[in-house]
Design a protein around this ligand. Sequence first.
Ligand code: PLP
Ligand code: ZN
Length: 413
Amino acid sequence: MKNVKCARCVRCGREYEARPDLTNCACGGILDIVYDYDCVKAALTKEKLAARAERTMWRYRELLPVEENTPDTPLRVGWSPLYEEPRLAELLGIKRLWVKDDGQNPTASLKDRASAMAVAKAWEAGAKTIACSSTGNAASSLAGNAAAAGLKTYIFVPDRAPKGKVAQLMMFGANVISVKGNYEETFKMSAEAIDKYGWYNRNAAINPYLSEGKKTVALEIAEQLGWEMPDYLAISVGDGCTIAGVWKGLKDLYAIGFIDRLPRLISAQSTGCCPINRAIQEGKDWEPMEENTIADSISVGVPRNADKALMAIRESNGLAICVTDEEILAAARLLGRTCGVFGEPAGVTGTAAVKKAVELGLIGREDTVVSVVTGNGLKDVANAIKAAGEPLHIEPDLELMVRGFADRGVTVE
Ligand SMILES: *Cc1c(COP(=O)(O)O)cnc(C)c1O
Ligand SMILES: [Zn+2]
């Protein structure tokens, strides 16, 4: 990889050769991929990019840690739409708002970006089997991307994972282990199995390439906005790999001169599980928390990528905003009704946090914001019905229809 110098530990600074099967530093710290930006600059210009027909995350190859001869992964990952939402901006009380609908990835979440990267690196490592533990979306995205690439998967999920995600896993032919325990216990079991059987490891914050895949969401947002950065970028946080990836992507673009300022990050977590936001708010290191929120994808009491996430939020002078489950469900309804975008609870937590930040007076009238919807609502139908309610259940009779709607304050006309 001409564009990559090495992998560097974010804790002790030790450097490693960027082999495809990298895990953590000997000190336990997470590694970060270090680029040769002169080399990237020489290879990539805005004009070159604009002329490129490929509409997947692989259009940013010069900024990705893959060998030149590694093929693109088969599923169409990335290049999700970025919608400007003037009506929602008005409703929230900010100047401009864009919604990046990353639920439109092939397995319906942003995790596809990391899983496609895992597949590419597993190919480079010559691996036949990939494994991970996940609250759900990393699992389903790995299962789908690996299936398309002809690789076998072993997947560990906590037994609370929503049915839609488990259905995806089974449909993609994964070997699924539903663990009677929380995410922490699930993660430990997967680590043990991976160690024992030598599978390629797709655990976030063990494998440093995953956040490089996730950073493509930021590269796309920047390109879709014509390289004009918003004031804020809001995203939900579980392990912290996504927000760290977003920050990495933005810093890459800054380093090669594609953007001239960096947005502040809004780190969105649930009040029921917010170890990272609590660390920011209290100005200290993180501590484990209970996992107590309907937003299952960010219900992470022991975040695996806290170091990189905290660094990203602090470096960006970001905001740490916690929202309740009710506020998450309300944001899901709001996005559905105003934008036609259907997000899962963790998917809409960023937007809930934008609303809350306005209410708290932290952002306002003059601010521009990008909110990333990280996962599709069809993954968790039970919570969608909880948020949006039941339809009118009636006999086939128009009179009953009119009366039924009248009871709900709707005039049929
Ligand atoms: C995984 C996930 C997140 C959070 O990503 P982390 O890397 O765990 O912080 C947010 N939203 C959805 C839908 C996810 O699946
Ligand atoms: Zn180290």
